[in-house]
Design a binder for this molecule. Structure first.
Ligand SMILES: *Cc1c(COP(=O)(O)O)cnc(C)c1O
Length: 397
């Protein structure tokens, strides 16, 4: 039977305390026990269904984590207060002092900065590679390598990682393959394709409302238990816990993700076709000219399209700024970082979300100074939006 991540979410029966159709929000930091021994057992991790303290587990967070594990097809999941909280905890749970990571160079700016500037302080080294060049990936592996890290669809070049091939390399060398699936929820199911750990910024498409930051780690139960171990679990001890009110609202938004992803993809595809007709230099993995198109087609769930991210190259940063300011005034959307919102967001990658990436690395990843990245919104009439974009393009040419 076809793997249907959205049906898996809908199949869960999660009731509230009084049969509420939405699970109750657990508004508590701590939990009481009727017997002292049950508390001791819970500390040791031996009591199913008991909660101890909300930095460890909170029932509202557990409902959301269960839904994410169902979506991803993993045994378990853990939710965090931000995407960076999820990414840093997953990395630090796997890698210790002296270890080495092979990472895509086109990762999210914060992830790049963490690997480049923060991990060396703890003697963890990183080699940055092009994830679409499998020979480069293999050549970068050292005896102390513990992890291959990539994004299913990379920011901002929208490169596509061949997850099955990377998984094969990871398995051959006994490494963990960690995939950030923030740009492609439902569209790509990394764990089903061989990733060992899947991380998310739920701030983006999963929540889709731009009202909070949040993250998630989807992985085998053994890994999630290790992360949350009271004695040495990275997530438990660094403490990037998600607030239960937020997890409750994200869980509701997760149930409309399938419709939203379809609409984001449909609108982005429409714009890609217009950009092509207009002879613009742009990047969209849904077009057969895109270098990752065939890979994406092979690994994606076609029900959700090619995603809501598209980038145009205006050549220079000055032109990009002028274009974005005009689009904001014309009501195309907002000049803002982030993505996965119901309104269209756009930003100049080199000066914003990838500004942590040094200019020579930006060049290596083929990123132009004039790259304007769009997160295409849920506009009902996308033709109307295109006409506005077209006017702005004409005005800056
Ligand atoms: C935004 C983002 C992150 C970081 O997530 P936060 O929720 O902002 O901490 C990580 N990876 C990708 C691909 C992102 O877009």
């Amino acid at each position: 039977m076809k793997f249907d991540p959205s049906a898996n979410i809908f199949d869960l029966l999660q009731f509230g305390e009084y049969g509420d159709v939405n699970p109750s929000v657990t508004d508590s930091a701590t939990y009481t026990f009727m017997q002292a021994k049950t508390m001791t057992d819970t500390f040791e991790g031996n009591t199913e269904g008991c909660f101890l303290y909300s930095r460890h587990w909170n029932p509202s967070n557990k409902y959301l984590a269960d839904a994410l594990a169902a979506m991803e097809g993993t045994e378990s999941a853990w939710v965090t207060g931000s995407g960076m909280g999820a990414i840093t905890c997953a990395i630090l749970q796997v890698c210790h002092s002296g270890d080495h990571i092979v990472s895509s160079r086109t990762v999210y700016g914060g992830t790049f900065a963490f690997m480049q500037n923060w991990l060396p302080k703890y003697n963890i080294s990183v080699t940055f590679i092009d994830p679409t060049n499998l020979d480069e990936v293999k050549a970068a592996i050292r005896p102390n390598t513990k992890m291959i890290y990539t994004e299913a669809m990379t920011n901002p070049m929208l490169q596509i990682s061949d997850i099955p091939a990377l998984s094969q390399i990871a398995n051959d060398h006994n490494l963990k393959l960690v995939v950030d699936n923030t740009f492609t929820p439902l569209m790509v199911a990394p764990a089903r394709l061989g990733a060992h750990i899947v991380v998310y910024s739920m701030t983006k498409f999963i929540n889709g409302k731009n009202d909070c930051v949040a993250g998630a780690i989807c992985a085998p139960v053994e890994f999630i238990n290790a992360l949350s171990n009271v004695n040495d679990g990275t997530a438990m001890l660094l403490g990037p816990v998600l607030d239960p009110f937020r997890s409750s609202s994200i869980l509701k938004n997760l149930h409309t993700l399938h419709i939203r992803m379809q609409k984001h993809s449909q609108n982005a595809m429409y714009l890609a076709e217009r950009f092509k007709e207009a002879g613009l230099k742009f990047n969209y993995p849904g077009m057969k000219e895109h270098p990752g198109h065939e890979t994406l087609k092979r690994i994606m769930n076609p029900d959700f399209g090619f995603g809501g991210m598209i980038a145009i190259d205006l050549g220079t940063a000055e032109k990009a700024s002028e274009f974005m300011e005009k689009m904001e005034l014309a009501g195309v959307g907002y000049l803002a970082v982030s993505l996965g919102y119901f309104k269209t967001l756009f930003s100049n990658s080199g000066k914003s979300t990838s500004s942590e990436v040094p200019e020579d690395e930006q060049k290596k990843m083929g990123m132009s100074a004039g790259l304007v990245r769009f997160s295409v919104g849920l506009d009902h009439d996308i033709e109307r939006t295109w006409l506005k974009i077209k006017d702005c393009l004409l005005a800056v040419q």
